[in-house]
Design a binder for this molecule. Structure first.
Ligand code: LHQ
Length: 258
């Protein structure tokens, strides 16, 4: 199986599972990942996702053995499988944590950057490997990189295709945190469990608002915040959060989605 899905209390762990190829992506794998996201969304008790890779790498990007000699139109055709996956990750009404356990290259790097909170082990690195093979950063790379690290760094990463160590990625604000390799999965599970106990619909609306902010001006964004806040304010978890505050106890969020 190219991906493994493991259920935990209120969250699921998805593991990219082609370790002998450094979890390089195939169309079947992208489709399986998309299906796993759909399944997680459909299951009301699933309130967060954790994504990682099996073995020593997170993901080496597109499996290059599968694209040898293919026609340009077929390269575009491959992206017809990857683009829905990236869109799905961003629109998923659940928080997604990525635990980058080793090298994340090409589409693998950008798959990680599409997640909501990215943790990486000290030994991990991010490589926009595309320039080495005459391609452009895809799977959202040209969109994520300048927004995360600024245009100067984005350009150099994309054009030089040099590996960026996890520590620098964290310093630059490309990812949330770097942690000791032997803590990565412990911390990843703890974060996923914490988010799974959160106010799910509020977190989903937060994702929507932050993504919309990339294109909106302040006026439009304030209007959007008003609308989304109205929605969040109607959720039982909002009522519980306020009640818990007034009663000086931790909230118990049901995580029901609006
Ligand atoms: C691999 C791969 C790989 C197959 C390692 N494929 N076998 C593009 C086109 C069209 C549409 C869809 O989207 C895309 C997006 C893309 O992702 S394009 C970019 C594709 N990825 C790359 O160019 C990265 C290629 N890999 C590497 O540069 C290195 O392997 C990295 C830096 C990831 C890791 O280096 P090392 O740690 O030195 O490992 P390695 O190179 O020795 O790899 C281990 C094995 O995995 C090796 O096989 P072998 O049989 O010799 O043990 C590699 O051939 C295989 N492998 N990446 N993408």
């Amino acid at each position: 199986m190219t991906i493994l899905v493991e259920s935990h209390a209120h969250y699921r762990l998805i593991t990219l599972n082609r370790p002998e190829r450094l979890n390089a992506l195939t169309v079947e794998m992208a489709d399986a990942l998309s299906a796993a996201l759909d399944a997680a969304e459909a299951e009301e008790s699933c309130r967060a996702l954790l994504i990682t890779g099996a073995g020593r790498a997170f993901c080496a990007g597109q499996d290059l053995t599968a694209i040898v000699g293919i026609a340009p139109a077929e390269i575009g055709g491959l992206l017809d499988h990857y683009n829905p996956l990236i869109r799905k990750l961003r629109a998923l009404p659940l928080p997604v944590v990525c635990a980058v356990n080793g090298v994340a290259a090409g589409a693998g790097a950008n798959l990680a950057l599409a997640c909501d909170i990215v943790l990486a082990g000290e030994g991990a690195s991010f490589v926009q490997a595309f320039a080495r093979i005459g391609l452009i950063p895809d799977c959202g790379g040209t969109w994520f990189l300048p927004r995360l690290v600024g245009m100067a760094r984005a350009r150099a990463l994309a054009m030089l295709a040099e590996p960026l160590p996890a520590r620098i990625a964290a310093e630059w604000g490309m990812i949330w945190q770097v942690v000791a390799d032997d803590r990565l999965m412990l911390d990843g599970h703890a974060l996923a469990a914490r988010l799974a106990g959160g106010a799910t619909s509020g977190l989903a609306l937060t994702k929507n608002a932050l993504d919309a902010a990339e294109a909106n001006d302040l006026d439009d964004q304030l209007d959007l915040e008003r609308d989304l806040q109205e929605e969040a304010g109607a959720s039982p978890d909002h009522a519980e959060g306020v009640r818990a505050f007034l009663e000086k106890r931790p909230p118990v969020f049901a995580g029901r989605r609006s």
